[in-house]
Design a protein around this ligand. Sequence first.
Ligand SMILES: *Cc1c(COP(=O)(O)O)cnc(C)c1O
Length: 370
Amino acid sequence: MDNKDKVYNLAVAGVQQLIPYKPGKPIEELERELGLGRIIKLASNENPLGPGKKALAAIQAILPELALYPDGSGFLLKQALAKKYAVDVDQITLGNGSNEILELVARAFLTPELEVIFSQHAFAVYPIVTQAAGATAVVAPALNYGHDLDAMLERVSEKTRLVFIANPNNPTGTLLSQASLERFISALPDTVVCVLDEAYFEFVSSAEPINSIDWLKRYPNLLITRTFSKAYGLAGLRMGYGLSSPELANILNRVRQPFNNNMLVLAAAEAALTDEEHLQQTVAVNAQGMQQLTEGFKNLGLEWIPSAGNFVLVDLKQEGLPVYEALLRKGIIVRPVGVYELPDHLRISIGTKEENQLFLEALTDILANV
Ligand SMILES: *Cc1c(COP(=O)(O)O)cnc(C)c1O
């Protein structure tokens, strides 16, 4: 055994077997590979409009304060969130992205004896935080690419401590009805913590009102997670939050680092919450872009999975990876989803009208030559 193996073997078993999260290819990396030229990234469900003006102004205004530690309690942002969602401040947990909330819940509730249930094709961070805690992942098969809540319930045992559900789900974009979700949560034993990941809830059509926050009063074991990374265009600054019972929030806050949110994002997120115009524009651009892309797919004879988020999975049959690579050579980054057991699909984040157009032109060109 050489020294490298020795260090590896010192790690806890779950971490040794862990396959790290693979993010979308960064623009800078493709620039280095291709040289100069325009690069379009439709790979990480980022906001194509960028951050809003109010968030940017708040960042500018706070810059002179950077020598100080940020407010570790996130007082002002929590107050703004509490007001917006009609919850108490002590029901909120702030995270370094909602990813951190997913980690906190795993750290606070899991041991190697326990099990975690999530769906096939669900968000890749769920298996990672489960494995890092040494707990056992129980994967329920998907139904029409989405969560099969009955199959998930069937897998609940005395060992189950956590359930993860993404609604809408990433990468499939599938949406569960509020009625079926509430039925699921009410059927869960109160010894199971239910994480309802709503990273994309702002994009869900108002025809399907999301009322999960109302459930918090009835289910002290429910944790809703949301983020400023997608609709609010602040992915680069990292801010997500959990909404739960005060008791559950109290547990999460015990394992949270005291200064997990930096000063810039505390100010930016608070300002972003007041920027209704930017949010509405984001949602409108997304709806138009979704229409534009799916019409383009239809014209190309391609099938896609209807999505409630700001991204869509398109089926390229056997050509998923070759098309991904051909798009890269044209300076367009999308997301292969083989790690989600969807090797035929590519996930396309909705861009601006112009970006979507350039993507469709590139795709048309590539498909004419395969
Ligand atoms: C993007 C995403 C998140 C979290 O992103 P953060 O930037 O860490 O807030 C969480 N869940 C799902 C399903 C996502 O797609």
